[in-house]
Design a binder for this molecule. Structure first.
Ligand code: BGC
Length: 375
């Protein structure tokens, strides 16, 4: 009764009577139950984004929000339309994993004008003032880990990444693949990897026989498995028909890794590492690749726990919707060309055949059956 009277008599905003506000719901913001969050994901062709979408949606719903989740089939106009539509429907906040990090400026301008906070999810959105927060993994370190796994596979480093005093002299022949040039992450992965490989290339322990080492030449538009397979086939015919042997391939994503492996097997390598298949790295711990690692075909991948990324995006969303700033752990690295976007970075792990159970099964990411069956 007292509460009701106080609530009635408290007057409007600025009356100073904060005691009538529901707990955890600062200022004039609506309760979570009345708020809708638009979640834009790039594609369902790669399972990581399906897992991201599911995890973000379910965790937001658990927190009481309504969720509009859309996938854009890796098509830029589809994604811009989806976000336009979300803004038109007056969502309270946007979480966006972009396809092309530079293609959303007008959507973000509209979101900014409507006062809708924008969280960039995993991939930075470039060229806009209206990116309020960025949740991701330490992308440079993902690249370091990819190159580390390649070096471990070649015997140049120990499995824990330390120097191997009994390392073979080589030289080893490697080829390089990078991700999509319009995805801001791709450059971070490649730089981290190349900084790690460079001392070995400079020392002559690693050689890139094709000579293709710059990002633009080795990039793979839209992270396409088919494009990667074709490029690997072309490299094999242009560079490896005179008896040269390929020993390793830097791959930035499991889909690309599988395209590379198909090309290699088609040219007579392998079919397993033991039978001479080159060491191929990866990323995302996609189930098909985890199974190939288990079977001794793909050498390694990088596990980025999408459940944790979803949790961080929900935490950031809640902070904004309660009128607060989310906690960042990096305020230097991610300059989108207009501003440095405050970021929360998560750590990733290298998956080898011998730690699949510990990293992926024991943590409930996959079941042992899924690892065995590859689906
Ligand atoms: C993500 C990677 C993913 C790639 C392809 C990148 O932006 O960070 O985890 O492998 O996109 O989907």
């Amino acid at each position: 009764m007292t509460f009701a009277l106080a609530a009635c008599g408290g007057g409007g905003a600025g009356s100073g009577d904060e005691t009538t506000e529901p707990a955890g719901n600062g200022g004039d913001t609506a309760a979570a139950g009345d708020q809708t969050i638009g979640v834009a994901m790039p594609t369902q062709t790669s399972e990581r984004w399906i897992a991201d979408g599911d995890a973000v949606k379910s965790q937001l719903e658990e927190a009481g929000y309504t969720v509009d989740l859309q996938f854009a089939n890796d098509d830029i106009p589809t994604q811009t339309q989806q976000i336009d539509q979300m803004i038109l429907q007056e969502v309270d906040l946007l979480i966006i994993a972009s396809i092309d990090g530079t293609a959303l400026t007008s959507q973000l301008d509209a979101a900014g004008a409507a006062g809708i906070p924008v969280i960039a999810y995993d991939r930075l959105i470039n060229g806009s003032e209206n990116v309020d927060f960025y949740v991701t993994f330490d992308n440079y370190n993902v690249g370091v880990q990819q190159a580390t796994s390649l070096l471990v596979g070649l015997g140049l480093l120990n499995a824990d990444g330390s120097e191997n005093p009994d390392a073979p002299e080589g030289p080893f022949n490697i080829e390089l693949f990078a991700g999509s040039p319009d995805d801001n992450n791709a450059g971070f992965f490649f730089n981290g990897a190349m900084d790690t490989l460079k001392p070995f290339i400079d020392a002559g322990t690693l050689v890139v026989p094709s000579g293709q080492t710059d990002f633009d030449t080795v990039a793979t538009l839209r992270w396409s498995q088919e494009a990667a397979q074709r490029r690997m086939e072309d490299l094999l015919t242009s560079t490896y028909t005179g008896g040269e042997e390929l020993h390793g391939v830097l791959s930035p994503f499991d889909g690309i890794s599988r395209g590379i492996i198909t090309a290699l097997q088609g040219a007579g390598y392998g079919p397993t590492l033991e039978e001479g298949l080159p060491v191929v790295s990866g990323q995302d711990a996609e189930i098909a690749s985890v199974t190939l690692i288990d079977q001794g075909v793909q050498f390694a991948t990088i596990f980025k726990d999408t459940r944790k990324l979803a949790t961080e995006s929900v935490r950031a969303a809640q902070a904004f919707l309660e009128g607060n700033e989310p906690e960042a752990n990096d305020t230097d690295t991610y300059d989108n060309g207009v501003k440095v976007v405050p970021s929360y970075l998560l750590e990733s792990d290298i998956v080898y055949a011998d730690n699949i159970t510990e990293l992926l099964v024991d943590t409930g990411y996959y079941t042992a059956e899924q690892v065995e069956q590859g689906s």
